[in-house]
Design a protein around this ligand. Structure first.
Ligand code: NAD
Ligand code: ZN
Length: 350
């Protein structure tokens, strides 16, 4: 079968022949419906290096950690899954039996040090291929919802959902403000989730005007970057600052900007993995405010994301690519030329 393979550190992936997988015990073979291209993949193949990257991410393997598909074949011991049914894939694959995995929180698997991979497409073969095998417990049923358009939910939906859910206490009540920095694949869906789950005024920003127009269409107020950006954001909140902020970029200037507009008792979550540093001090921090990060989400969260998708509360903007054009998806993602989440569709009908 054909697949997009990460072959070596600091090397652009290649579109190549790869052996079609067979489902092992407890696994299901999926015919891939859609595989989203996430900016984290760019970090993995372009920025990370052997000496500092998690060893589980060492090449080579098929990329694609944001996947959906149709059940094609069941591995030994798997029951209750209908062949042909559509599923979203929960990407992280932990040991499956520690306390964290038992909560469906494979992201924080306590046995990660002894695992040889982190997730589908992150150390084990992912979904940028005609077929993928995943543990049956990682499948979330989509019912009659379109699995191709749903693919981004498994990361671009799940990650902001988890971050926002952890911030809901900060946004409960009237007159609250949320800030979203970086309106790409994750940030656009973050605006939709905030809109559906909270009554907060959503302030959003991106360096690209068209990304801000799309966030406005989902109900956000936008503030362009520039020297008086923080002052403009604070003015929108009546001077008080924002109650929750989500930084989907994570460079030093975006973290510093967000940190400078936080209210007392607020929560700033850095989701972008650009690795920007921030110097915390007692005196530059609003009282009882939290600065944190987060990684992906839980299996239970993904069920809730799917429920929101089915209810029409989340609608990922997608740009579809046939397998022949899969590498173009990554080129456009790197160049900032996408106007929706890139989804590779290996079985696209011509
Ligand atoms: P993306 O490329 O689709 O979107 C990034 C957006 O940020 C773009 O719209 C871009 O114009 C904007 N941007 C870039 N620099 C900016 C700046 N200085 N100021 C304002 N806007 C800026 O990326 P994505 O796939 O949505 O991923 C976003 C980030 O989240 C990446 O760092 C990715 O690696 C990370 N990520 C983290 C997790 C996690 O679990 N923590 C999961 C998935 C992705
Ligand atoms: Zn575990």
């Amino acid at each position: 079968m054909r697949a997009v393979v990460f072959e070596a550190w600091k090397t652009f992936p290649s579109l190549t022949e790869w052996e079609k997988p067979k489902p092992g015990p407890g696994e299901v073979l999926l015919k891939v419906a859609g595989a989203g291209a996430c900016h984290s993949d760019v970090a993995v193949y372009k920025d990370y290096e052997a000496a500092t990257a998690p060893p589980q991410l060492a090449p080579s393997y098929v990329l694609g950690h944001e996947n959906s598909g149709w059940a094609e074949e069941l591995g030994e011991g798997v029951e209750g899954i209908e062949i042909g049914a559509a599923f979203l894939v929960y990407g992280p694959v932990g040991c499956g039996h520690c306390a964290a995995c038992s909560r469906g929180e494979d992201t924080y698997c306590e046995n990660v040090a002894s695992m040889s991979y982190l997730a589908s497409g992150l150390g084990r073969d992912g979904g940028m291929a005609e077929y993928i095998t995943v543990p049956a417990r990682n499948l979330v049923p989509l019912g009659d919802a379109d699995p191709i358009a749903a693919a981004p939910l498994s990361d671009a939906g799940l990650t902001p959902y988890h971050a926002i859910k952890n911030s809901l206490p900060n946004l409960a009540g009237g007159g609250k403000f949320a800030l979203v920095v970086g309106l790409g694949g994750l940030g656009q869906i973050a605006v939709q989730i905030l809109r559906a789950l909270t009554g907060a005024t959503i302030i959003a920003t991106d360096s690209k005007p068209d990304a801000m127009r799309r966030a406005e269409a989902s109900g956000a107020v936008t503030v362009p970057s520039g020297p008086d950006q923080a002052a403009q954001i604070r003015a929108l909140t009546g001077g008080r600052g924002v109650d929750a902020a989500f930084d989907f970029v994570g460079v030093a200037p975006t973290i510093a900007m967000a940190a400078s507009v936080m209210a007392t008792k607020s929560r700033l979550t850095v989701v972008g993995i650009a690795g920007g540093a921030y110097e915390w001090s007692f005196f530059n921090t609003p009282y009882e405010s939290t600065l944190t990060n987060t990684y992906w989400g839980t299996i239970a969260d993904l069920y809730e994301v799917v429920a929101m998708y089915k209810a029409g509360q989340i609608k990922p903007d997608v740009e579809l690519f046939a397998m022949d054009d899969a590498l173009e998806a990554y080129r456009k993602l790197e160049a900032g030329e996408l106007s929706g989440r890139a989804v590779v569709v290996p079985h696209m009908k011509k």
